[in-house]
Design a protein around this ligand. Structure first.
Ligand SMILES: *[C@@H]1O[C@H](CO)[C@@H](O)[C@H](O)[C@H]1NC(C)=O
Ligand SMILES: *[C@@H]1O[C@H](CO)[C@@H](O)[C@H](O)[C@H]1NC(C)=O
Ligand SMILES: *[C@@H]1O[C@H](CO)[C@@H](O)[C@H](O)[C@H]1NC(C)=O
Length: 143
């Protein structure tokens, strides 16, 4: 019985392992995407972001942009003057490489002030959890 359960657990873990190790892609704003009139605090609420996950910003190229900002830039809606720090493709994948607070703002004039800004906290520990310990020997022994 216990042996049988261990085998089943092992088989399930073996099957799931490849998907466990994949990072999560978060489409910012979900179907609404990256734009004006969306409350990104609400969108981020209840989500857990881990190192290795990706944010995907989707919008019509030219209508918006994505700048990774500092906390100060986020609060003041100061767009970094160096446009090499921005992303403009309309389908911008940004990898969450380190833990901590991250801030993103739209670089188009007035958009950040209009609420097109996202603040998230990235957590350590996105690495795949270790395989569960073998089922503890229960009342049923295997011999
Ligand atoms: C943000 O605004 C504050 C107060 O106006 C100012 O002291 C600070 O230098 C500003 N920071 C940035 C990055 O613009
Ligand atoms: C803009 O940033 C790039 C790399 O991030 C750097 O090579 C370049 O010198 C910067 N330009 C200015 C004007 O700061
Ligand atoms: C966005 O880019 C990802 C890869 O970074 C790609 O898989 C996806 O199909 C793209 N989506 C659109 C709508 O272009």
């Amino acid at each position: 019985m216990a042996l049988c359960r261990s085998l089943v657990v092992f088989a399930i873990v073996a099957l799931m392992a490849p998907s466990i190790s994949l990072a999560t892609d978060f489409v910012v704003g979900d179907d609404a995407g990256w734009g004006l009139g969306i409350d990104y605090d609400v969108w981020a609420q209840g989500k857990q972001f881990f190192v290795g996950d990706n944010l995907v910003f989707q919008y019509t190229a030219g209508a918006h942009s994505v700048y990774k900002a500092t906390g100060d830039e986020f609060r003041n809606c100061t767009v970094p003057s160096n446009s090499s720090l921005g992303s403009f493709s309309g389908n911008d994948t940004i990898k969450l490489a380190t833990a901590g607070n991250k801030w993103y703002i739209c670089g188009v004039n007035g958009h950040c002030d209009g609420g097109q800004k996202l603040k998230i906290t990235v957590l350590d520990g996105g690495a795949p959890a270790p395989a569960p310990a073998p089922v503890a020997p229960g009342p049923y022994s295997t011999f």
